[in-house]
Ligand binder design. Structure first.
Ligand SMILES: *Cc1c(COP(=O)(O)O)cnc(C)c1O
Length: 367
């Protein structure tokens, strides 16, 4: 024992973790109207039915929630045609990603994700004491052959964000199946489908069938991108043995009472989800075309955001654009930590926000 230490010390590796930096939510002083386009929230807001359900539960906040979130699991199962016993709900899907790392990784193990992948994977892998392995992408998209080439006897988890954030690119499901077929059976494939509802592509699947028919695949989902980011609701669907293991490790009341009630109301409000998806489909296409039109490269996105690349000039860099837009109330996301020092990620916003950003960028690029 380290009894000569002057104070408690974190486990080896913990202090190597770079803490997650969330998207900004405030504008510089003096800006009156703020358009938060930095966290891929739903510009249509929460389902009105979820708001009502959250209000109702407020009067009963003295009572512990159902620790198994049974009614929320049943609502999710009904909508997606799943067995509720194979679902675990969580405090945002972030929590589930962390629980998977904590449960399946030990020091000496390796876990993989791709070059520009969502950053929480690396954090949770390091927190579990395992070795994070970042695999090169091709054209800002996960490269299945590169992932397979990086598998070693120490590999335990492959995290695949499909579609990925912050690129917005996706891997056709045939490619995901090819990855699964070639992975060793003891490697867990985590399909993070946080943006699944927004994808409008015939060759895309979130992974329900694969997770339902394999012993080493789970799919994770979230309510955050559909209007409930503040409620923190995520869920995982996977084989019984993984559900059993995670249920031993998770907090006994990891999903709070407000989240449970708001979540049940939100997932049953199909009209609100359809409106949100239709709004996104229209404005994602509009934004992509307008941005390209003003001479900026945009990574082709199927999510509810776009990754905008700026020219290699100091005057028109991503940092300069960020300052310019922030001063006018448009809060986008810097993505330097994701390997894009000269790009900004912009969530699809309201019509007013989308038009405002394009107008501002036109003036900015002429300046
Ligand atoms: C937003 C996001 C999540 C999870 O968000 P939660 O709010 O924790 O549910 C997971 N994966 C990706 C790729 C995301 O962009």
């Amino acid at each position: 024992m380290k009894q000569d230490q002057p104070r408690p010390t974190p486990r080896a590796g913990i202090m190597d973790i770079e803490a997650y930096v969330p998207g900004k939510s405030t504008a510089p002083a003096g800006v009156t109207k703020v358009y938060k386009l930095s966290s891929n929230e739903n510009p249509l807001g929460p389902s009105p039915k979820a708001i009502e359900a959250a209000r109702e539960v407020a009067a009963k906040l003295d009572v512990y929630p159902d620790g198994t979130a049974r009614r929320l699991r049943e609502a999710i199962a009904e909508v997606h045609g799943l067995n509720p016993a194979n679902i675990i709900c969580s405090n945002g899907s972030d929590e589930i990603l962390g629980l998977l790392a904590q449960t399946y990784l030990a020091p000496g193990d390796e876990a993989m994700f791709t070059e520009h992948a969502f950053m929480v994977y690396k954090i949770y892998i390091q927190a579990a004491g395992a070795k994070p392995v970042a695999v090169k992408e091709t054209d800002e998209r996960a490269d299945i052959d590169a992932i397979l080439a990086a598998v070693t006897p120490a590999t335990r988890i492959v995290f695949l964000a499909n579609p990925n954030n912050p690129t917005g690119t996706y891997v056709p499901f045939q490619e995901v199946r090819r990855l699964h077929a070639a992975l060793p059976k003891n490697v867990l494939l985590v399909l993070d489908a946080a943006y699944a509802e927004y994808v409008r592509r015939n060759d895309y699947e979130a992974g329900i069938e694969l997770a339902g028919s394999s012993e080493n695949v789970v799919m994770t989902r979230t309510f955050s991108k559909l209007g409930l980011g503040g409620a923190r609701i995520g869920w995982m669907y996977g084989p019984a043995h993984i559900v059993d293991a995670i249920n031993r490790v998770r907090g006994p009341f990891n999903v709070n009472a407000t989240a449970i009630e708001a979540g049940i109301a939100a997932i049953r409000d199909r009209a609100h989800i359809e409106r949100s998806v239709a709004h996104n489909e229209k404005w994602l296409a509009w934004l992509s075309a307008e941005l390209t039109g003003v001479g900026l490269r945009v990574t082709p996105s199927v999510g509810n955001f776009v990754l905008i690349h700026f020219p290699d000039s100091k005057r028109h860099s991503a940092a300069a654009a960020d300052d310019y837009l922030s001063a006018r109330g448009y809060i986008l996301r810097r993505v330097t930590g994701y390997g894009f020092p000269n790009a900004l990620r912009m969530s699809v916003g309201t019509e007013e926000a989308n038009r405002g950003v394009i107008d501002a960028l036109k003036t900015f690029l002429k300046s």
